[in-house]
Design a protein around this ligand. Structure first.
Ligand code: 5RP
Length: 266
């Protein structure tokens, strides 16, 4: 297991007394220090990545960065990056990405991630998987001993056609797992909530940028076992497009804590 490898005392002082959003910004600004002129960037999604996008825009406007192009990981990231003045491109034009910067919902000690509680896991995994370097930015509330261990969902993106059958197959995969539960994500429910109360007949599914649905998997005590084997099992179900476990993809994780910034790397 990897341990935090570096602690920065100046940032420790800066981080003291900061809000969670301040910590997200501290992690994001630290990651943007890795951006160089001429890079192809993967542009992350979420409230932490927003700070990075805004900062990259500031540096471009100020002339400290030049010739950057970015590949957004969601429609939201495309809009935010465009507003920040970051020129956009795509994976067809740039199949190799120099650096991706994105948040995460959970980070385990081996730098495996859960992503996609914002619903953007498929494009995130495509862009970040095509990156030479993928730097994750989080506040320390995202650190977990085991994926799924925060009691929140591991998302699975599924094709709308036959989604109820796909959901049953997902249920079968984890039959007998104590404390396991799953639910189609709905448009009206906060994706980060673990309790769903709507009647099936009233379901209005959450729709991803790719026009797919999300099934959220809940594990009372986190997901146990061989994560790669579980990933393979999930992806073997017809109707499953992708899942939100990012295994072995992160190059490093910048963690902002009240007592300082810690870099976890491989
Ligand atoms: C979106 C994601 C986000 O990166 C993740 O949800 C973290 O979001 P935030 O920075 O707002 O906590 O995976 O699909």
């Amino acid at each position: 297991l990897l341990q935090p490898s570096r602690s920065l005392t100046a940032e420790a002082m800066a981080a003291a007394g900061q809000s969670q959003d301040d910590l997200k910004r501290i992690a994001a600004l630290r990651a943007v220090e890795l951006v160089r002129s001429g890079m192809v960037l993967g542009l992350g999604t979420g409230s932490t990545a927003a700070h990075a996008l805004d900062r990259i825009g500031d540096l471009l406007r100020g002339g400290d960065l030049r010739d950057i192009v970015g590949i957004p990981t969601s429609e939201w990231a495309a809009a935010r990056a465009a507003a920040a003045g970051i020129p956009l491109t795509d994976l067809a034009a740039h199949p190799v990405v120099d650096l991706s910067i994105d948040g995460a919902d959970e980070v385990d000690p081996a730098l495996n991630l859960v992503k996609g509680r914002g619903g953007s896991l498929l494009r995130e995994k495509m862009v970040e998987g095509a990156s030479r370097r993928f730097v994750v930015i989080v506040d320390d509330s995202k650190l977990v001993p085991r994926l799924g261990g925060s009691g929140l969902a591991i998302p699975v993106e599924v094709i709308p056609f036959g989604w109820a059958l796909t959901l049953r197959r997902l249920q079968n995969l984890f039959d007998g797992t104590p404390g396991f539960n799953l639910k189609l994500r709905t448009a009206s429910i906060n994706a980060k909530a673990s309790a769903f109360t709507e009647k099936e007949s009233e379901i209005e599914p959450f729709v991803t940028d790719n026009k797919n649905y999300i099934v959220d998997l809940f594990f009372e005590d986190g997901i146990h076992g061989d994560l790669q084997a579980i990933s393979d099992d999930l992806l073997r179900i017809t109707g499953v497009v992708e899942h939100g476990m990012f295994l072995g993809l992160a190059t490093s994780v910048i963690v902002a804590r009240k007592d300082g910034v810690v870099l976890m790397d491989k």
